[in-house]
Design a protein around this ligand. Structure first.
Ligand SMILES: NC(=O)c1ccc[n+]([C@@H]2O[C@H](COP(=O)([O-])OP(=O)(O)OC[C@H]3O[C@@H](n4cnc5c(N)ncnc54)[C@H](OP(=O)(O)O)[C@@H]3O)[C@@H](O)[C@H]2O)c1
Length: 246
C-alpha cells in the first residue's frame, strides 16, 4: 500500500507518517521544509517531494506524483492561517490561506479521483479539515470558510464516488498541540482548553480510514460543541479565544 501525505513535516501529518509507516505503508511525504523532509524520510525510509501548495507549480508537482504513483491513500493535511482580523492582512495573504486550505486539497482530490478511475483502481482520499469550519471563526481569516468548503466538498464527492470504490473522507480535529497556533500568531503560543496530541489526532484519522467513515470530528468535546453550542455563542467564544493569542 502506498500513501502520499501533504503537510508531513510537522504536527498531525508527521504523526500520521509515523503511524502509517508502522502499518507497513510505503510513503511519499510532502511539505516545503526540505531539511525536515530529509530527516523524517531518512528515519522512516520513505520518499519525499517538496512542494509549496500556495503556488500552481507546487500543486502541479504533486499532481504528477499522483498520476505516476497512483497512491492507494492520499492525505491532504497541509494547512495554516494567520490570526487577526481579516482586514488586518492583505487580500493576497488571505487568498494564500484559501489556496492552501481549500484550493490545493480540492484540486489534488479531483486529480487523484480522475487518475484512480482511469486506472480502474480503488482508493481513499482523506482531507484534514477543521471543527473551525463548522462554525464562523472570527480571527482566523479565510481559514474557517476554506475548511467549511473542504468539508462540504469532501462529503459531496464521497456520496458520488464511494459506490465506485473511491472514498473521500474528511477529518475535523479540534485543538491539537502542534506548530499551527504558533505559526498563526507569529509567536510562541501554548494552546489551552481541550487540546489533543498530534499522535491522538493521527490515531483518529487511522480509525476513520479503517471504517471508511465519511466525516469524523474529534474529540468528544468538539462533537458535543457542534451539537449543543448555539452558532452565535460559538463565534463570540472563538473570537475571544483568538484575541487572547494576538
Ligand atoms: N492544530 C490544530 O489545532 C488544528 C485543528 C484543526 C485542524 N487542523 C488542521 O490540521 C492540519 C495539520 O496542521 P497541524 O496542526 O499539524 O499544523 P503544523 O504543525 O503547523 O503543520 C502544518 C503542515 O502544513 C504544511 N504547510 C503549511 N503551508 C504550506 C504550503 N504553503 N505548502 C505546503 N505545505 C504547507 C507545513 O509544512 P512546511 O512548513 O514544510 O511547508 C506543515 O507540514 C492542517 O490542515 C490544519 O488546518 C489543525
Amino acid at each position: 500500500m502506498r500513501a502520499l501525505i501533504t503537510g508531513a513535516t510537522s504536527g498531525i501529518g508527521k504523526a500520521l507518517a509515523h503511524l502509517l509507516a508502522s502499518k507497513g505503508y510505503a510513503l511519499i511525504l510532502s511539505g516545503r521544509n526540505e531539511s525536515r523532509l530529509q530527516e523524517i524520510s531518512h528515519a522512516l525510509k520513505t520518499d519525499y517531494v517538496t512542494a509549496d501548495l500556495e503556488e500552481k507549480e507546487g500543486r502541479q508537482k504533486l499532481i504528477e506524483v499522483v498520476k505516476n504513483e497512483l497512491p492507494d491513500l492520499l492525505v491532504n493535511c497541509a494547512g495554516f492561517t494567520q490570526y487577526g482580523e481579516m482586514i488586518s492582512s492583505s487580500v493576497e495573504e488571505q487568498m494564500a490561506v484559501l489556496e492552501v486550505n481549500g484550493v490545493a486539497p480540492i484540486e489534488l482530490t479531483l486529480q487523484t479521483a480522475h487518475a484512480l478511475i482511469k486506472a480502474k483502481k480503488k482508493g481513499v482520499i482523506l482531507n484534514v479539515s477543521s471543527a473551525a469550519g463548522d462554525f464562523c471563526s472570527p480571527g482566523m481569516g479565510l481559514y474557517g470558510p476554506a475548511k467549511a468548503c473542504l468539508t462540504n466538498f469532501s462529503r459531496t464527492l464521497n456520496t458520488e464516488l464511494a459506490p465506485r470504490g473511491i472514498n473521500v473522507l474528511v477529518s475535523l480535529p479540534g485543538m491539537v498541540d502542534t506548530e499551527f497556533a504558533g505559526r498563526a500568531a507569529g509567536k510562541h503560543v501554548k494552546p489551552s482548553g481541550v487540546v489533543m496530541t498530534p499522535e491522538f489526532a493521527a490515531q483518529q484519522i487511522w480509525k476513520q480510514i479503517e471504517k471508511r467513515q465519511e466525516k469524523r470530528t474529534f474529540n468528544w468535546f468538539y462533537r458535543l460543541s457542534v451539537l449543543l453550542v448555539p452558532a452565535s455563542l460559538a463565534k463570540n467564544m472563538i473570537w475571544r479565544r483568538i484575541k487572547q493569542r494576538l
